[in-house]
Design a protein. Structure first.
Length: 384
C-alpha cells in the first residue's frame, strides 16, 4: 500500500461554469490521463472521493449562504441571490453546482483525513478553490475547500502552513485564518493593483493574536521567473521554515505561468517547480491541491510534474519537460509580444525592480513584528 493518495473521479467534470468560462474542468481529466499514461498509479493509490456533507461545511460557510447555493442549484432564484456572488460572469449559476461543489470539497477533506491517518502526501487537483468567502462565492469558487482541509487538519495538528503559489491572492483562506496563530498563510501572487481579487498587499499580516501569520508577496505584471523565485525564497520560504509547521497545505495554482491567459507574469515552469521542491524539502505531511490554471496544455504538464516531484517518482520526466519547453519557446504562443519586445523588456525591468523593493519592505514588516518574538526572529536570521 502506498503512502500517497490521489483523489479522482470523472464526476469532477460536473463543476462546469459554462463552455466559454475560463475554468474548464477538462484540465483535471487531462492531468489524470497524463499521469495514467506515465504509469503513476503503480506508486500512488487512487481513491474515489466522497462528497462532504452540509454539516461539514457549517464552519466554512454561513448557513444562509449554503441554503441559497442549494436552492440555486435546484433551479430556484431567490430575489437576493446576487448578494451572495452568483449571477456574475465569474460565478454563473449552473445545474448541480451544489452537488459538484460538495464533491470537490469532499475530496480535499478526504485528502486531509488521509494525512491525519498517516499518509505522507494526499492530492486533490480539483480543489484549491481559494476565493470563496464565508458568505459568498467569488472568483470561480463556490465552496472554499482549502479552508475545509485546513480545519480538518487542525483536529490533529497544532500548526498548519498554507502555501499558495497561484497568480491570484488566496483571499478566502487568508480571511478565514487572519486571527489564528495556528495557521500560517503565505501567498505569492500578482499584485491586487492589476489583478483580481484586489487584495494581498504586504501590510496584510494578520490581526490580533494572528498578527504576523499572514504573509503576502504581491508582484507587478511581467515579473520574471528568477525574480519571482528570489522573492519566494527570501521571504516566503524563510517564513515557512521559521514557523516550523506540523503539516503543509500546498495550493498549486498553475496560472502564474507565462502562457496563462489570465495572469501577466513571465514565469516558466522550471521556476514554479523549484518553489514546490522547496516545500517538499521540509519533509512534512502534505495535502496538495490544484487551483488556478487556464492554459489547457500547460496545466496538465505542470501538475503532472509537480505530483511526480512531490511523490519522488522516477518516471519519463524528460518527455514532459520537452513538451513544456516546446510550448514555452513557440513564438505563436505569444501573439501580443510580436512587435512589442522592447516594451515587454522595459515592463519586466520595472517589475523586477519593484520586487526587490518589496522584498526589503516585507523584511522590514516581518522584523518589526518579530522583534518581540526572538525565537522566530533568530530562525529567520539563521536561514538568511
Amino acid at each position: 500500500m502506498s503512502t500517497i493518495s490521489f483523489f479522482y473521479t470523472d464526476k469532477f467534470q460536473n463543476y462546469n461554469l459554462g463552455l466559454n468560462h475560463p475554468l474548464q474542468p477538462i484540465r483535471i481529466k487531462r492531468t489524470y490521463d497524463l499521469l495514467n499514461e506515465l504509469g503513476t498509479w503503480e506508486s500512488i493509490d487512487v481513491h474515489n472521493p466522497a462528497p462532504c456533507t452540509r454539516e461539514d461545511m457549517k464552519d466554512i460557510h454561513s448557513d444562509e449562504y449554503l441554503s441559497f447555493t442549494e436552492m440555486l442549484s435546484n433551479g430556484q432564484r431567490p430575489p437576493s441571490y446576487r448578494h451572495y456572488g452568483f449571477g456574475t460572469p465569474d460565478n454563473p449559476v449552473f445545474p448541480g453546482m451544489w452537488e459538484s461543489s460538495l464533491l470537490y470539497s469532499g475530496a480535499s477533506k478526504n485528502a486531509a483525513e488521509a494525512v491525519i491517518d498517516g499518509q505522507r502526501l494526499a492530492i486533490n487537483i480539483s480543489g484549491g478553490l481559494h476565493h470563496a468567502h464565508f458568505n459568498g462565492a467569488s472568483g470561480f469558487c463556490i465552496f472554499n475547500d482549502c479552508v475545509l482541509a485546513i480545519k480538518t487538519l487542525l483536529k490533529k495538528f497544532q500548526k498548519v502552513a498554507y502555501v499558495d503559489i497561484d497568480v491570484h491572492h488566496g483571499d478566502g483562506v487568508q480571511e478565514a485564518f487572519y486571527k489564528n496563530p495556528q495557521v500560517l498563510t503565505i501567498s505569492i501572487h500578482e499584485t491586487g493593483k492589476t489583478l483580481f481579487p484586489g487584495t494581498g498587499f504586504t501590510e496584510e499580516i494578520g490581526a490580533g493574536v494572528g498578527r504576523g501569520y499572514a504573509v503576502n508577496l504581491p508582484l507587478w505584471p511581467y515579473t520574471d521567473g528568477e525574480t519571482w523565485l528570489h522573492v519566494w525564497k527570501e521571504i516566503g520560504f524563510k517564513r515557512l521554515q521559521a514557523f516550523s509547521p506540523d503539516v503543509v497545505v500546498l495550493q498549486m495554482g498553475a496560472d502564474a505561468h507565462i502562457l496563462d491567459p489570465l495572469g501577466h507574469m513571465n514565469i516558466t515552469g522550471s521556476y514554479w517547480l523549484e518553489a514546490i521542491r522547496d516545500v517538499k524539502t521540509l519533509e512534512l505531511p502534505m495535502v496538495a491541491l490544484g487551483g488556478g490554471g487556464y492554459n489547457q496544455t500547460v496545466v496538465p504538464l505542470l501538475w503532472s510534474m509537480a505530483i511526480m516531484e512531490l511523490a519522488d517518482l522516477q518516471l519519463p520526466y524528460d518527455g514532459l519537460w520537452n513538451k513544456l519547453e516546446q510550448e514555452e519557446s513557440n513564438p505563436l504562443n505569444y501573439p501580443t509580444l510580436i512587435g512589442n519586445e522592447d516594451i515587454q523588456q522595459d515592463a519586466t525591468k520595472y517589475a523586477n525592480s519593484y520586487a526587490m523593493h518589496m522584498v526589503k519592505e516585507c523584511q522590514g514588516i516581518l522584523r518589526q513584528w518579530l522583534s518581540g518574538n526572538d525565537r522566530i526572529l533568530d530562525k529567520i536570521e539563521m536561514n538568511h
